[in-house]
Design a protein around this ligand. Structure first.
Ligand SMILES: Nc1nc2c(ncn2[C@@H]2O[C@H](COP(=O)(O)OP(=O)(O)O)[C@@H](O)[C@H]2O)c(=O)[nH]1
Ligand SMILES: [Mg+2]
Length: 401
C-alpha cells in the first residue's frame, strides 16, 4: 500500500519545463533578424496646445520640538508661484520634472544651543505672467496677471511646540493646475468647410511658402503672424464648430481655447451652411446661430472685438451682398426669425470682409492684418483702463463682497 502511494507520488511530480529548447536558443542568436532595420521614423508632431501644466507642491515639514527643553521646532517653508516674464509652461515643465516640489523642512529644536528650530526656507516657483491657478478639483486658487505678482500655494507645517504637544505637522500638499489665461490673440471660429484653415494659412504663412494641402482640422493649433515691426500676434485655428460640442470632451477643450482669445474671427461660407440632413441655414442664419451658441456658452465673449470673413463670395449662390445690408439693420432682420434662433446679445462686430480664398487677395489680407492688430490693442487698452478704474473705486470705497 505504502509502495503504491509512493509510486503515485512519484508520477505526480511535475515535469520541470525548460524555458528554451537548445535548438530554439541557437536559432534565436544565429539567424539574422527577419525584418530589415527600419529607417528611423520622425516623431509625430504633437499638435495639442499646451495651455496648462499640473504641479504637485508641498509645504515643508515643521521641525521637531523638544519637550524636555520646551524648545520649539522651526516652521516648514511655504511654496509660492511668482509671475516671471519670459517663463513658459513648456519651460516650467522641463525645469521641474519631479513628481513633487517641496519647500524646505523646519529645523529641529535639538539642544540648548538650538532651542528654537530654524524656519525652512520658502520655495518660489516662477510661472508665466497671465495664468490662473486651480486645485485638482477645479477650485480657483488665484491668478497671476502681472509680473512679480505672487501667490501662496502650499503652506509649510507648524514646528513642534507646547501648543501642539510637540507633534510636528506636515506641510500642505496641493495639486496645482497652472492654466494660461490667453491661449492665442485671435481665435478663428466657424462651421465645417467655411474656409477657416485656408484663411489661417493665408494669414500666418509667409508669401514664399507653398500653402499645404487642406485637410479637415482635427486639432486646434496656434501659429504666429509677425508684423514688419516684429510685433507677434498668435492665431488659433480650430476644428469646426458643431451644435452640442460643449457636451463632448474634445468640444469642451476647443471651446475653452476659443474662450481664451482676445479677438474672434468668424469665418462664414457665403452660400450658407448645411446644419443637418434636412436643415440648411442661409448666411445670415448661420451667423446668428454661431452668435447665439457662443453667447450662451460664454456671454462675456460678446464684448470681444469680432471680425467676420465671408468666404466663397465668387460662388453664384453667394449671399454676401444681402448679408451686408442685413447686418446694417440686424435688429430688424433678426426679429423676423423665430425666437429660438435669436441671440440675447449680438457679437461686437468691428470689421466685415468678403473674400475668395482660392486666391491670395493681398489688399484685403493686408487690411485684415492691420485691423486685427488695431482692434486687439484698443480692446486691451480699454480693458486696462477699466481695471484701473475699478482699482481706484475699490481704494476709495472699499471692497464689498
Ligand atoms: N471656391 C472657394 N473655395 C474655398 C474658399 N475658401 C475655402 N474653400 C475651400 O473649401 C474647402 C474647405 O476649406 P477649409 O479651409 O478646410 O475649411 P474649414 O473646415 O473651415 O477649415 C477647401 O476645399 C477649400 O479649398 C473660397 O473662398 N472659395
Ligand atoms: Mg479647418
Amino acid at each position: 500500500m505504502v509502495r503504491f502511494s509512493a509510486i503515485l507520488a512519484f508520477e505526480r511530480r511535475p515535469v520541470k519545463k525548460m524555458k528554451f529548447f537548445p535548438e530554439e536558443r541557437v536559432k534565436k542568436t544565429s539567424s539574422p533578424p527577419e525584418t530589415p532595420p527600419q529607417p528611423k521614423q520622425e516623431p509625430e508632431i504633437k499638435k495639442r496646445i499646451i495651455d496648462s501644466v499640473v504641479l504637485n507642491v508641498k509645504g515643508g515639514v515643521g521641525g521637531c520640538g523638544n519637550p524636555k527643553l520646551r524648545g520649539k521646532g522651526g516652521k516648514g517653508g511655504d511654496v509660492y508661484f511668482i509671475a516671471t516674464k519670459g517663463e513658459s509652461l513648456v519651460g516650467l515643465k522641463k525645469k521641474l520634472p519631479y513628481d513633487q516640489i517641496h519647500a524646505e523642512s523646519g529645523g529641529n529644536a535639538s539642544n540648548l544651543n538650538h532651542c528654537l528650530g530654524r524656519a525652512g526656507s520658502d520655495k518660489w516657483i516662477p510661472v508665466p505672467v497671465g495664468v490662473n491657478i486651480y486645485d485638482n478639483i477645479g477650485n480657483y486658487l488665484g491668478s497671476l496677471s502681472k509680473e512679480n505678482h505672487s501667490l501662496l500655494v502650499a503652506k509649510g507645517g507648524e514646528g513642534g511646540n507646547t501648543k501642539n504637544e510637540f507633534r510636528i505637522r506636515g506641510g500642505q500638499s496641493v495639486t496645482a493646475k497652472v492654466q494660461l489665461q490667453v491661449v492665442a490673440d485671435v481665435g478663428i471660429v466657424g462651421f465645417k468647410g467655411s474656409g477657416k484653415t485656408t484663411l489661417w494659412n493665408h494669414l500666418t504663412l509667409p508669401l514664399s511658402m507653398e500653402i499645404p494641402p487642406i485637410e479637415p482640422t482635427k486639432y486646434a493649433d496656434v501659429r504666429k503672424m509677425t508684423y514688419p515691426d516684429l510685433r507677434v500676434i498668435r492665431v488659433l485655428d480650430t476644428p469646426s464648430f458643431r451644435l452640442g460640442m460643449q457636451d463632448e470632451k474634445q468640444g469642451q477643450q476647443v471651446l475653452s481655447y476659443i474662450k481664451r482669445t482676445r479677438l474672434l474671427l468668424i469665418c462664414l461660407d457665403a452660400t450658407g451652411h448645411q446644419l443637418g440632413p434636412k436643415k440648411r441655414l442661409n448666411l445670415f442664419e448661420s451667423y446668428l446661430c454661431l452668435n447665439k451658441e457662443l453667447q450662451l456658452f460664454h456671454p462675456k465673449m460678446m464684448s470681444r472685438p469680432t471680425v467676420v470673413v465671408v468666404t466663397k463670395i465668387n460662388r453664384p449662390d453667394s449671399q454676401f451682398q444681402e448679408f451686408e445690408s442685413q447686418l446694417r439693420n440686424i435688429d430688424e432682420y433678426a426679429s423676423m426669425l423665430p425666437k429660438e434662433s435669436r441671440p440675447a446679445e449680438f457679437f461686437n462686430l468691428r470689421h466685415l470682409v468678403g473674400m475668395d480664398l482660392r486666391h491670395r487677395e493681398e489688399e484685403k489680407l493686408n487690411r485684415l492684418w492691420e485691423s486685427i492688430r488695431v482692434f486687439i490693442d484698443e480692446y486691451e487698452f480699454e480693458r486696462e483702463e477699466k481695471e484701473k478704474e475699478a482699482a481706484t473705486f475699490i481704494r476709495m470705497h472699499g471692497r464689498h463682497n
